[in-house]
Design a protein around this ligand. Structure first.
Ligand code: ZN
Length: 160
């Protein structure tokens, strides 16, 4: 048994804790293995201020924005490919180009935001917990708002 395992067993001799896999009470167990489900156990360090949910929410917001942009760009690009190579003589509409010129930069911005979030995640995770949650919510509102605004603008310009 390692020093860490011995320290874990010593700690569990006098403290209540549950198995992270099955919630079985671990107080007083003789070995660093859950007696109920067999999950190996080890000592760990936790940071109670870290809330991954804010960072993950921001990441999801950017991924959803990119996903939406990518789907629309793919559909519009396919239309351009069909008109150019299959239905020769058919004109590529300025509407299709306008959608591409709007959504491709937006998609690239989302990819840049994802890369920035990934690179700067430690700076976000050390913020106070409320700020982390607010950051995630703000990212969701910002990305969703920009996409909704661009969508409404495109509909207004192209359809109305
Ligand atoms: Zn267990």
């Amino acid at each position: 048994m390692t020093t860490d395992s011995a320290a874990l067993i010593d700690w569990l001799a006098s403290h209540d804790a549950k198995c992270p896999a099955c919630d079985h009470a671990l107080r007083g167990i003789p070995d660093p293995i859950c007696p109920e489900c067999g999950t190996p156990l080890e000592l760990g360090v936790r940071a109670p201020n870290i809330r991954h949910s804010g960072w993950v929410a921001a990441l999801i917001a950017c991924a959803m924005g990119f996903g939406f942009d990518a789907v629309v760009v793919t559909i519009v690009s396919w239309e351009i490919v069909v008109k150019t190579f299959i239905a020769r003589g058919s004109q590529i509409t300025t509407d299709a180009l306008m959608i591409l010129y709007t959504l491709v930069p937006l998609a690239l911005l989302c990819v840049g935001a994802i890369a920035l979030l990934w690179k700067r995640r430690h700076a976000i995770l050390v913020l106070p917990p409320r700020w982390q949650i607010s950051f995630g919510a703000a990212a969701f509102v910002l990305i969703g708002g920009v996409h909704a605004g661009v969508g409404v603008w495109l509909i207004a310009v192209l359809i109305i």
